[in-house]
Ligand binder design. Structure first.
Ligand SMILES: Nc1ncnc2c1ncn2[C@@H]1O[C@H](COP(=O)(O)OP(=O)(O)OP(=O)(O)O)[C@@H](O)[C@H]1O
Length: 302
């Protein structure tokens, strides 16, 4: 059953159309990722789902509810991650949890939630004294304190160190295991690959792909890369002329040959013909990064 439906969503700011007819449906229990370059319209899209912005075209439904009309109902169903700046530095963790619990009809047990998020010993700690990772965990706690069916997490792990990021991933999985559907905006390929059941790739306001992480990689899977250091100068045209080769590029002292089919055999045979030895030779298969670049024509943080 689709718990979030976004149908032909359009959103404009002045003359600029930021979201240009995006459609997707998120199924109950999924971790659904939205991936895209800076300025692609990801946040605007999820803000329409959260009821923070009114669409200029198309519509959004969360559990059948129109987020811009039934705001009271939506608040019980959807938990949004808080921006860190929204909490006063002097508020303690316990005070924040009590305050936010009071907003909901049927909140979860906040002490149990803090324990689950490894913040149980921080009840009396002021927000301003928490580390970045602890603040992020608290913002997840506040997003799910109302016992929502859907949690929206936007750039949750940006600015966290690798360990804190992994902890946040475990947490998100725990929350999904409690039955919460998660809509996640992310810049991190590793995060998208590890966490998301499906991904919507948005570029310049349009949906360019919607698939599982493995499905997205499979779209560029025929692209392999052979990387090596040639023992002698080699005219790129020798390799570029091979039918298996799509591109030849230099990366420092290495050549990177992209292509398909029996690429390795074709390249090594051509090198042997020109008495060139390939040192440090590596064959690389496509990754989600490659799929992203192929789909959007640019690296994720361009
Ligand atoms: N309130 C606003 N008023 C005017 N323009 C806006 C507003 N919010 C966003 N924009 C513009 O809309 C475009 C998309 O912004 P949005 O934040 O949705 O993108 P994003 O994909 O989330 O980007 P990022 O990855 O950088 O957060 C950008 O060009 C942005 O400058």
């Amino acid at each position: 059953m689709a718990i979030i439906e976004v149908n032909d969503l359009v959103k404009r700011y002045g003359d600029h159309t930021t979201v240009k007819g995006v459609s997707f449906a998120v199924e109950q229990g999924e971790i659904f990722g939205i991936l895209g370059p800076n300025g692609a319209g990801k946040t605007t899209t999820v803000e329409c789902v959260e009821g923070l912005r009114t669409p200029d075209g198309g519509n959004v439904r969360v559990c059948g509810i129109d987020p811009t009309r039934d705001t009271g109902e939506l608040r019980e169903l959807l938990g949004a991650q808080l921006q860190q700046s929204e909490l006063p530095a002097r508020l303690t963790v316990g005070e924040a949890m009590r305050l936010y619990s009071s907003f909901y009809r049927d909140p979860v047990d906040w002490r149990e939630l803090l324990d689950a998020l490894r913040l149980g010993d921080k009840v009396d700690t002021r927000f301003g004294r928490l580390s970045g990772g602890q603040k992020q965990r608290l913002s997840i706690a506040l997003a799910v304190i109302g016992g929502p069916r859907v949690a929206v997490l936007d750039e949750l792990t940006t600015g966290l160190d690798p360990q804190a990021r992994r902890d946040a991933w475990d947490l998100i999985e725990d929350i999904r295991d409690r039955g919460v559907t998660i809509l996640l905006v992310t810049h991190f390929m590793e995060e998208a690959e590890r966490l998301c059941d499906r991904l919507a790739v948005i570029d310049a306001g349009r949906l360019v792909a919607l698939d599982t992480p493995a499905g997205l990689v499979a779209r560029v899977d025929d692209r392999q890369r052979v990387r090596f250091r040639p023992s002698a100068p080699l005219d790129h045209a020798v390799l570029a002329a091979l039918p298996e080769v799509a591109s030849v590029a230099r990366a420092g002292s290495q050549l990177v040959v992209t292509g398909s089919g029996n690429l390795l055999h074709a390249v090594t045979t051509a090198l042997a013909r020109h008495q060139v030895v390939a040192a440090d030779l590596r064959v690389e298969q496509a990754t989600l990064d490659d799929a992203f670049v192929a789909l959007t024509d640019r690296p994720v943080d361009a």
